[in-house]
Design a protein around this ligand. Structure first.
Ligand SMILES: Nc1ncnc2c1ncn2[C@@H]1O[C@H](COP(=O)(O)OP(=O)(O)OP(=O)(O)O)[C@@H](O)[C@H]1O
Length: 229
């Protein structure tokens, strides 16, 4: 299955014949998937079918038992820290539960700036903070708080800002807004779409919410189409 066949010469994040097993349970069995640049693809499907697992493989966070992932034509040579940093930073992911995705001791400003510091760009960080925090709607006062002092929505805003800090070529939003109120959901989707327009990134929006995907994505692939083809 190809979510959207890239026009010849255009760039894409691709999975080819990817197989993932948890113990004896085969979750992905030779799955093909293409996320072209400049495009938002919605991915829908029943709970437990393997959407998040595919997202983790595309983000190089889970090693498949078989198959390949390529970024703009470059095959990924390893997984997690086995992938070169220059490749890992080309794909970012935002998860459903922000509280499981952050260090609870850090202030929001330091959560957002983590990727810049980890890549040795510490000196630029103070200057870059407003450009990362403003689009997701975080005020300076919120940036000084720790996770237990903010709402889930405010923390998810920080997670999105962190995901965009290194200007990824591809962004995977795995149920990014599922736990959030309608106004925060709309704000975060707008921020992602603004980033996509301005950067030319490709976006994979994984969600159970067909109404959201109809509004958000250029088109939506259902899981049946992924595994049948
Ligand atoms: N770390 C793990 N160990 C064992 N089994 C797992 C693990 N992670 C996921 N699974 C199983 O793999 C299958 C696919 O899970 P996955 O989270 O990818 O599905 P999903 O489509 O994203 O589901 P949901 O929509 O509920 O988030 C499920 O049966 C799940 O129980």
């Amino acid at each position: 299955m190809t979510a959207s066949a890239p026009v010849s010469g255009s760039r894409a994040l691709t999975a080819r014949q990817v197989t993932v097993r948890y113990g004896r349970h085969t979750v992905l069995d030779g799955v093909d998937f293409t996320l072209p640049e400049r495009t938002t693809i919605g991915l829908a499907g029943p709970s437990g079918c393997g959407k998040s697992t595919l997202g983790l493989v595309l983000a190089m966070l889970r090693r498949p038992a078989g198959g390949t992932v390529t970024i703009d034509g470059d095959p990924v040579p390893g997984w997690r820290h086995g992938a070169p940093r220059a490749m890992r930073t080309r794909v970012a992911i935002v998860f459903q539960q922000p509280r499981l995705a952050v260090d609870p001791r850090l202030r929001l400003r330091d959560i957002i700036l983590e990727p810049l510091r980890a890549t040795g760009r510490g000196r630029e960080t103070a200057d870059l903070l407003p450009a990362l925090a403003d689009p997701v709607g975080l005020t300076p006062e919120l940036l000084d708080r720790r996770p237990h002092e903010v709402s889930d929505g405010q923390l998810q805003r920080a997670c999105l800002a962190r995901a965009l800090a290194l200007r990824p070529r591809y962004l995977i939003c795995d149920e990014m807004t599922t736990m959030l109120d309608a106004s925060t959901q709309a704000h975060l989707v707008r921020a992602v779409e603004e980033y996509r327009r301005e950067s030319g990134a490709g976006v994979l929006a994984i969600s159970h919410d067909q109404v959201l995907l109809d509004r958000w994505a250029d088109h939506t692939v259902t899981w049946d189409a992924v595994v049948v083809a």
